[in-house]
Design a protein around this ligand. Structure first.
Ligand code: C2E
Ligand code: CA
Ligand code: CA
Length: 559
């Protein structure tokens, strides 16, 4: 080792320069409290990021305390009290503090109290470190990670606790949100949801970010009812229109509940149960919450079998699939206007499974693209045959969002029009209401391209999703189909809302050139009422149930 020439016996520094150098070389927040005057100097980034009056802060300790999350306040003040009472000179506490963006971030706050000869506090100084940068925290959402969730629950169990509720949350169709703009926008949405939910959870609860679009809330000692009511708050929040950077979006949240003590007694089992409950919520149609029961494992197994069998049938040349047709009549003379093509599937192994059950599975596996093309081909072919008999016949075909965002969707429609030499005015494509309200540029562009080639677009199931009457005036739809839930009870005096709703939709649509179809007419008195409201077309069991093409021809061929 090289010999030092001279070791100095003292070292003088410019404390201001030293302080500035330290502050500039770290992202931590630095504070110094002069205990005699109760005035503090905080680093520039601390004054910038938190709601403080500036770099010089009178009464920092209580002011800072105000910004600390309710459930952490006690720990913070206990530590201050321990110092002031002379019990210790060290402050070292982790807590969540509210920044200027109105987000709670986890920090580790450390400091040292100096005293004079008589033990009176003179100076208190230290650093506040955002824990996010230390790996425990997810950077996107500012929440603790899944790994921390495991640590947290295991520590809770190790203390001898046995009960608690676990809510696993999954954002529905998060891909759709990402498609609205880009992943940075998607991240902003995740962050906003995480922060908003954080404000809704009980004091003792903790929230964590899981993979992708999933998160979880653990509530110590909670009951199943507590967990349902927590979800219900989240549900109400999620089912509203949100906005970030001028882009409005909708995003619903599905959930699964698992209870510590009843469903599981360790972390891994708890997660497994919650995952299968969440899966059930998603499979049942999303935007809902399911609590775990042992039966779920059986039903998830059933769903897996169903998915496999569907896959086999699709590959095996659409085995067991068929298309049935339900007539639509003009409301004035009740003459045949057209039909809606509806998919059916029968497998000897799974027996009868309705489209409400198998279509979501085809969508989640992506098979709906192949099956949808097949339905379009069948329905176009049938339409071509039937316009020879009924020259104004119009065929309505349901399309899924998954299909329509494929690049070759519009070219495929054009190809079929050519293949069957069919004028486009005989085709209506039906899409569920919720896709009309998003700001998704690709979807709008596709609708526009379809309308440019004279294909009509119908907004299906109106009234079941997020749309309001107000947005009808901005929609690209040519036709609105009012969901059948509004027709039942239409003549019941206690449910006059349904009747006024239908009438309002019809009036509004007519004033802006949109035609209206009322679905689900089952009884004669419903038919009479709907006709008196001057809907354009009517569909329902009262006219006919969906039938095979052969039955359709037999029934209507001769008027
Ligand atoms: P949807 O598009 O709303 O179709 C109308 C549904 O209401 C059909 O159910 C029809 O049978 C039923 N319905 C018609 N009139 C009445 C009535 O008076 N009373 C009652 N209770 N029900 C009536 P279905 O065939 O079970 O289809 C369910 C859903 O599955 C459809 O709802 C549609 O969203 C979807 N779907 C069916 N076929 C296809 C398809 O080829 N592609 C896609 N993407 N979805 C399809
Ligand atoms: Ca439909
Ligand atoms: Ca419908």
């Amino acid at each position: 080792m090289k010999q030092h020439e001279r070791i100095p016996d003292s070292f003088h520094i410019d404390t201001d320069a030293f302080y500035n150098a330290i502050v500039k070389s770290t992202e931590d927040y630095i504070y110094i409290v002069d205990m005699s005057t109760d005035t503090s100097l905080v680093s520039e980034n601390m004054a910038r990021d938190f709601d403080l009056p500036g770099r010089l802060v009178p009464g920092l300790i209580p002011l800072w305390g105000e910004l600390i999350h309710e459930k952490d306040k006690k720990r913070y003040y206990d530590s201050i009290e321990e110092m002031l009472s002379g019990y210790t000179d060290i402050h070292n506490v982790e807590y969540q503090v509210l920044n200027k963006k109105n987000e709670y971030i986890w920090v580790c706050c450390r400091g040292l109290l100096s005293r004079d000869g008589s033990g009176k506090p003179t100076m208190f100084a230290g650093v506040v470190t955002p824990v996010g940068s230390k790996g425990k925290m997810d950077r996107t959402t500012g929440l603790f990670t899944q790994e921390e969730c495991k640590n947290h629950i295991e520590a809770y169990l190790n203390l001898g606790n046995t009960t608690g509720g676990f809510l696993l949350l999954g954002i529905d169709d998060f891909k759709r949100i990402n498609n609205l703009k880009n992943h940075t926008f998607g991240d902003s949405v995740l962050r906003k949801i995480a922060q908003d939910i954080q404000h809704m959870i009980p004091q003792k609860a903790e929230i964590f970010r899981f993979d992708g679009d999933e998160g979880a809330v653990f509530c110590p000692e909670a009951t199943l009812d507590d967990m349902y009511s927590l979800y219900s708050r989240i549900h109400i929040y999620a089912n509203k229109e949100h906005e970030i950077d001028g882009i409005s979006y909708y995003c619903t949240i599905s959930a699964g509940i698992a209870m510590l003590g009843t469903d599981a007694d360790n972390y891994l089992d708890l997660i497994k149960c919650a995952m299968s409950a969440l899966e059930a919520s998603k499979k049942k149609g999303k935007n809902m919450c399911t609590a775990f029961t042992p039966d779920l494992l059986k039903s998830n197994l059933y769903i897996m079998e169903l998915t496999n069998e569907l896959q086999r049938c699709v590959i095996n040349d659409m085995e067991g699939f068929s298309v049935v047709y339900q007539p639509l009549v003009r409301s004035d003379e009740l003459k045949l206007k057209g039909a809606e093509a509806l998919l059916r599937w029968y497998s000897p192994k799974m027996k009868k499974v309705g489209p409400g059950e198998f279509i979501p599975l085809l969508e989640s596996s992506g098979n709906i693209v192949t099956v949808g093309k097949w339905v379009l081909d069948k329905a176009f072919g049938t339409c071509k045959r039937w316009i020879a008999k009924w020259p104004d016949f119009v065929m309505n075909i349901n399309v899924s969002y998954v299909q329509i965002i494929e690049d070759d969707f519009v070219p495929y429609i054009e190809e079929l029009l050519k293949k069957y030499d069919l004028p486009a005015r005989h085709i209506v494509l039906e899409m569920t209401e919720s896709y009309f309200v998003t700001d998704m540029p690709t979807l709008k562009a596709t609708f526009q391209r379809l309308q440019d080639i004279d294909i009509c677009i119908a907004m299906d199931d109106f009234g079941t999703g997020y749309s309001s009457l107000g947005m009808l005036s901005q929609t690209l739809a040519d036709i609105v189909k009012i969901d059948r839930m509004f027709i039942s009870l239409i003549n019941d005096k206690e449910h006059f809302f349904n009747r006024s709703f239908i009438q309002a939709v019809i009036n509004l649509c007519h004033s802006i050139g949109i035609s209206v179809c009322v679905e689900g007419v089952e009884y004669e008195d419903e038919l009479d009422t709907v006709r008196s409201m001057s809907a354009d077309s009517i569909q329902g069991y009262y006219i006919s149930k969906p039938v095979t093409p052969e039955e359709f021809e037999e029934k209507y061929w001769n008027g």
